[in-house]
Design a protein around this ligand. Structure first.
Ligand SMILES: Nc1ncnc2c1ncn2[C@@H]1O[C@H](COP(=O)(O)OP(=O)(O)OP(=O)(O)O)[C@@H](O)[C@H]1O
Ligand SMILES: [Mg+2]
Length: 359
């Protein structure tokens, strides 16, 4: 005899939503049950894209249905609740960008080209700002290559609280990564193809609290990915990272065009991997491996300040690999370079015109 929907739903009442402590059927998370002979497909809407419990729920759904006579293969599709559904469960829906309301300045780190040091700059600048008394958060907006957790040595995953996400704290910074949207294991099936809606919803649900700065590590390039993020997040400005090579310069031009086209103020250029100080050289001789003056040229051409030049330094790479950014170590040329950029950023933000922009 064929299995009935009622039998399936009754069995699914054994599965709890861990945070709400109610079963997924009564909470309204079971969106759809399809029965095709012994093949069952259950669609479950998660309360949050980043639900740390999604694998557990999926396994428990399979487990709950396994014992029913006539049930063969069980497929579980995970999707997301709409804001309205969430509001019904959690009471008052957080207004759009609720979580951002304590953030004073959101500043993106961008580059036209991948691998030039955006993430490296983001983590080190965050630490340098925090050393100068600022409260700082980092949003890793690179959904498909989230490197921030690696560079800060973060292994734990964020947890939810009443439908909001709590950032992870490390080195005095608050960190959240959109990588948890992509998740490990099975991907979530987005309700519609609107990744920017998902990012928006995600951002609206992060409990940043009060922050002087939120640094946003953008995905590389000048395509859809950085564009989506920069239109969704209310940005107060952007820093553009480049290396002195010519090819990087062409990409920087495109990147500048992209942000100018969206009225995001460009704060300045940071030149990374600018020079290599030869170890053991008595007079501190410098080698300009990727050419020289690239950052300066582009800054001049676009009438933008060059906020700093960061040396090519194995300690910077090691800091990234070990999850202990070099700026935490005192007194090195590398950490001084990041601290100087932080000071210049603070000066920029204290200009009267910058204050007007944010009010
Ligand atoms: N100044 C530097 N000296 C030495 N190594 C560096 C420096 N800047 C970055 N690196 C190293 O280069 C690699 C790429 O840097 P990073 O990941 O920060 O670039 P990215 O622009 O964020 O890349 P993606 O576009 O892939 O996100 C990393 O291994 C990093 O440790
Ligand atoms: Mg990166």
């Amino acid at each position: 005899m064929a299995v009935s929907e009622k039998e399936i739903l009754d069995a699914l009442r054994a599965v709890q939503e861990p945070e709400l402590k109610q079963n997924i059927v009564d909470v309204g998370m079971v969106e759809d049950v399809e029965i095709a002979g012994p093949h069952i497909k259950v669609t479950v809407a998660l309360t949050m894209a980043s639900s740390p419990m999604k694998d557990r729920i999926k396994n428990e759904v399979k487990e709950a249905l396994k014992g029913i006579a006539g049930v063969g293969e069980v497929k579980v599709v995970l999707t997301l609740m709409t804001s309205e559904q969430r509001a019904r469960i959690f009471g008052q829906a957080p207004s759009e960008m609720e979580g951002m309301k304590g953030v004073r300045k959101a500043i993106a780190i961008a580059s036209g080209k991948g691998g030039v040091g955006k993430t490296t700059l983001t983590v080190n600048l965050a630490i340098a700002l925090s050393m100068q008394g600022q409260s700082v958060g980092i949003l890793d907006a690179d959904m498909h290559g989230p490197d921030i957790p690696i560079m800060l040595g973060i292994k734990e995953r964020p947890v939810g609280s009443r439908g909001m996400l709590l950032p992870i704290e490390k080195y005095g910074l608050k960190i959240m990564s959109t990588g948890i949207l992509a998740g490990q294991g099975d991907p979530i099936v987005w309700r519609g193809p609107l990744v920017n809606k998902a990012i928006k919803e995600f951002l609206g649900h992060v409990l940043w609290g009060n922050l002087d700065f939120l640094l946003v590590d953008l995905p590389p390039g000048t395509g859809d990915a950085p564009l989506t993020v920069s239109t969704v997040i209310p940005l107060n400005g952007v820093l553009i990272v480049t290396t002195p090579q010519k090819v990087a310069l062409a990409d920087v031009r495109r990147s500048i065009g992209l942000f100018r086209g969206h009225d995001v103020p460009i704060i300045g250029i940071v030149e990374n991997m600018s020079f290599f100080r030869l170890p053991g050289s008595p007079d501190g001789e410098v080698m300009e491996i990727f050419g020289s003056g690239g950052g300066e040229r582009i800054a001049k051409a676009f009438k933008l300040p060059l906020l700093g030049r960061i040396p090519l330094d194995p300690a910077i790479r090691a800091g990234g690999d070990t999850g202990r950014p070099v700026t935490l170590e005192s007194d090195s040329e590398a950490s001084d370079a990041f601290k100087e950029i932080a000071s210049r950023l603070l000066i920029y933000c204290s200009r009267p015109s910058a204050r007007e922009e944010s009010s």
